[in-house]
Design a protein around this ligand. Structure first.
Ligand SMILES: *Cc1c(COP(=O)(O)O)cnc(C)c1O
Length: 346
């Protein structure tokens, strides 16, 4: 089976796992005057994350969803309106911040433009029309085929935000893929946002965890909220150690995932008769659109599984292929062959 359902499927390898055995552990839930916990390994990972993103401080969370939630809640006042793009993960999948019973935030939705980056004119207009003081962006874009936001665009979003005295939060679950795709350092991208969340549990290959980075003051608030929500973990160095290993060893290999995604795109380009693909592959995700076929996404995934390829739906008429550490070029080639066969069958 070739499993392209998600890059969360990556398994920790032996070398990564042995780092747990020698990790210095402590009670991360006991916070000292400086705002840090007592687990040296967690502290090391949080400092590393802060340094890579060019921020003052970092905070380890068990999931990206929790990281996004804590980050945004520590940047707003209860009941605020915030700008969010209509296909963002926080809006479509996580929902909690906008839930009438729980988060109470009001989403003001903006769109992506043709280049799949946030439409700056509409962000500007919405900020004039509302009293929103936070812009949420996603980089790379999970549901829209892994498109990144180029550094120049990041700068333009920052200028609009500054003009309106608004802050920027970036859901950067895959910001390391964005950096690899753009061939820049992560901090070249994150310098334009106030806060960022990224996942170590996806393409970076660690088993558990995400990090939120931002100013000392903001991270202090997020840490307090994490405790209130029951997210204070004790000897969490056990999950931080693989994260440190991932940040030291698995950044370079993200290029392989991007190459494999591009390889499949190029193999299929011009040969598909019914299935459509996104315009271009920029990182490790490739979306296929079934609009001109007679099958719905779930049915297509079932047929793919029968041929040995596991993929998942993104909507009723689109599916995605996500490339990761468990997929080499020959698996990518086989995946492309299966898609070509399916294109003739449906
Ligand atoms: C995966 C993902 C998240 C959430 O991460 P979890 O660890 O699954 O909670 C958030 N945002 C984006 C864009 C993602 O792809």
């Amino acid at each position: 089976m070739i499993d392209l359902r998600s890059d969360t499927l990556t398994m920790p390898d032996q070398e990564m796992l042995v780092t747990i055995l020698s990790a210095k552990l402590g009670d991360d839930g006991r916070v000292d005057g400086s705002g840090k916990g007592e687990d040296a390994t967690v502290n090391e990972l949080e400092d590393m994350a802060a340094q890579l993103t060019g921020k003052e401080a970092g905070l380890l969370t068990p999931t990206g969803t929790f990281g996004n939630t804590l980050a945004i809640l520590s940047m707003i006042d209860p009941g605020d309106s915030i700008l969010v793009e209509e296909r963002q993960h926080i809006l479509i999948t996580e929902k909690i911040l906008f839930d009438e019973k729980y988060g109470h935030l009001k989403p003001i939705k903006y769109k992506l433009n043709e280049t799949m980056t946030p439409d700056i004119e509409s962000i500007d207009k919405l900020l004039y029309e509302s009293n929103a003081k936070l812009i949420c962006i996603e980089n790379t874009h999970n549901y829209e085929g892994g498109y990144f936001i180029p550094v120049e665009e990041m700068k333009r979003i920052r200028m609009v935000a500054d003009h309106h005295e608004a802050k920027i939060f970036m859901d950067g679950a895959r910001v390391f893929h964005a950096a690899a795709g753009l061939k820049v350092a992560v901090k070249d991208i994150t310098q334009y946002v106030d806060s960022v969340m990224f996942c170590i549990s996806k393409g970076l290959g660690a088993p558990v965890g995400s990090l939120v980075c931002g100013s000392k003051e903001m991270i202090k608030r997020a840490r307090e909220l994490r405790k209130l929500f029951g997210g204070g973990m004790r000897q969490a160095g056990i999950i931080a150690a693989p994260g440190i290993y991932a940040l030291k060893n698995n950044l370079e290999r993200l290029y392989e995932d991007i190459e494999n995604a591009k390889y499949v795109f190029n193999k299929l380009n011009g040969k598909l008769t019914k299935i459509h693909m996104q315009k271009e592959v920029q990182t490790n995700i490739l979306n296929l659109y079934l609009t001109n076929t007679k099958v719905i996404a779930l049915e297509f995934c079932k047929k793919a599984a029968e041929k040995g390829l596991l993929i998942g739906p993104v909507s009723n008429d689109s599916v995605r292929l996500v490339f990761h550490k468990g997929i080499d070029q020959s698996a990518a080639e086989e995946a492309a062959e299966i898609i070509l066969t399916l294109d003739k069958m449906i």
